[in-house]
Design a protein. Structure first.
Length: 232
């Protein structure tokens, strides 16, 4: 008797599941894609540079150069304690040899600034200290995730508007959304080559000249797919 009851329960559950699946598949629906994008001005600019021990008659140690660099950054109004980091924490110092010379030290740094003008002043200051091997590592925005969510919402609104426009001539109405897909395409890749060209232009100018440097805005894009039930 128990076996018969268990079989009836299992059969009922199976029929219910099949009915639910069949009802979902048989429902008429409309699938549309919505897009939205925005250009965002970077407020986080990361500058990469290296300090090498100078193998000259009066050899300047890496530590002395580091102190001078730190003071120069502070004088620009940039908090070096907060925004300056060693780029490779796994090996603070890199050593290399010159023929017939002593072992010299090299160290990589990463400095975060908030504006293109500020970055230009940093490049000029580094050039004055004899640190010429500097460039832009990458750029970003401190509120990028919040901006992404805003663009996502606009993309969904765009999808809904398109769905309304498509169904209006059919005299049908939209039901609830039964699927939302996010293709996760948000930030346009940053072109570091263009930034290096702008850096070179800044370095070529006189130290007394006002640095003139700008960065391409970050393009944030969202592409959302939505499926709506179609009501008769």
């Amino acid at each position: 008797m128990k076996k018969v009851i268990l079989f009836m329960v299992f059969a009922s559950a199976t029929c219910y599941a099949n009915a639910q699946t069949k009802n979902f598949i048989d429902q008429p629906y409309l699938e549309v894609s919505g897009t939205a994008d925005s250009l965002v001005k970077p407020n986080e600019i990361f500058i990469h540079f290296t300090i090498n021990e100078k193998d000259t008659k009066n050899k300047v140690s890496l530590e002395d150069q580091e102190k001078a660099m730190f003071r120069a950054i502070q004088q620009l109004g940039i908090d070096a304690f907060k925004n300056l980091t060693v780029n490779d924490m796994a090996s603070n110092f890199q050593y290399y040899f010159l023929r017939g010379k002593d072992v010299l030290k090299s160290r990589d740094y990463l400095l975060k600034v908030s504006a293109a003008m500020e970055a230009g002043k940093v490049f000029v200051a580094l050039e004055q200290l004899g640190i010429a091997n500097a460039g832009i590592d990458h750029v970003g925005h401190s509120d990028l995730e919040a901006i992404r969510n805003t663009i996502r919402s606009k993309a969904v609104q765009n999808a809904h508007q398109r769905a309304m426009a498509l169904t209006a001539p059919l005299h049908q109405s939209l039901g609830p959304a039964i699927y939302i897909g996010d293709e996760d395409r948000y930030v346009q890749p940053y072109d570091n080559r263009a930034a290096r060209m702008m850096v070179a232009n800044v370095i070529e100018k006189s130290a007394d000249a006002q640095p003139d440097i700008s960065f391409e805005k970050i393009k944030v894009t969202a592409n959302i797919t939505v499926r709506f039930i179609l009501n008769k």
